[in-house]
Design a protein around this ligand. Structure first.
Ligand SMILES: [Mn+2]
Length: 267
């Protein structure tokens, strides 16, 4: 099933929140993506290995190994790999500044785009305390929605048995959704504000598993998404144009011979 198209040549690829060692990781799709792209620099923007999850239960299938091997293989063949650890792999933060051939570890990094503009790269968990609201509320809402919907009649049947008032799923979810939107907005604003303070025009982060590229008061906020659910990445082409790639969607749209990048935005 391997197409013979040429790999996409990119200047930079940013991926994060892969969560290797966690059952939810979409390793096969990521491998497919990595086999289709070549880049000068690969940024691993944190939560690459889910050390938290592995401490709870050991899970390490062959495909997760293959992801690491593929990345290290690219480093061996000349790609500069820059690992900016996240909160799930924060043990690697102790290695800030370490250089292993083409692989470097940095707490955060300033990347220079093809047009010379400076891009601050960080994972983003440092802004959880600023936002003061659980990032998982955002995910929770959508994940348990179907489950709750199905359970709703039973929940209310049980509540009636105990003479409890009727519980409204829709108002519960409305509240959750509102909190999720507040959280995401607060997070994005906090990241953009930090970038402004640092004197850069562009910031790249991950952490909240929500791909985004938009202007926030003059700062270009980029979030490369995740490889648990959305399977997204941020890429910079040879001219310094930035694009978000939704790999499953792009794969579906691709012709038999070529994968064409979506129209991008100047970095
Ligand atoms: Mn994270």
């Amino acid at each position: 099933m391997h197409e013979r198209n040429l790999p996409l040549r990119l200047r930079t690829v940013f991926i994060s929140d892969i969560h290797l060692g966690f059952k939810g990781c979409s390793a096969d799709l990521l491998l497919d993506f990595l086999h289709h792209v070549e880049m000068d620099t690969l940024f691993l923007v944190g939560d690459i290995i889910d050390v938290w999850s592995m401490k709870k239960s050991m899970y390490w299938p062959q495909s997760h190994n293959n992801v690491l091997r593929t990345i290290l293989g690219k480093a061996k063949r000349g790609t500069k790999v820059i690992f900016v650890p996240g909160n799930h792999d924060e043990v690697f933060r102790d290695f800030d500044g370490a250089v292993f051939g083409n692989l470097e570890i940095h707490r955060e990094y300033i990347h220079q785009a093809a047009d010379g503009r400076r891009m601050l790269v960080l994972h983003g968990d440092e802004f959880d305390s600023v936002v003061k609201c659980s990032p998982w509320l955002a995910k929770l809402g959508s994940n348990i929605y179907d489950m709750l919907l199905a359970a709703n009649p039973y929940i209310n049947w049980v509540r009636r048995k105990f003479d409890l008032p009727h519980w409204s799923l829709s108002s519960y979810l409305k509240n959750k959704a509102k909190k999720a939107v507040q959280y995401i907005g607060g997070f994005e604003d906090a990241v953009a504000q930090a970038a402004r303070k640092r004197g850069v025009e562009t910031v790249v982060c991950g952490h909240i598993h929500r791909a985004e590229m938009r202007d926030i008061d003059g700062i270009l906020y980029c979030n490369d998404g995740d490889w648990v659910e959305s399977c997204t990445s941020l890429v910079e082409d040879m001219n310094g144009h930035l694009r978000l790639i939704d790999w499953p969607k792009l794969r579906e749209q691709a012709s038999a011979t070529a994968i064409v990048l979506p129209v991008g935005q100047a970095a």
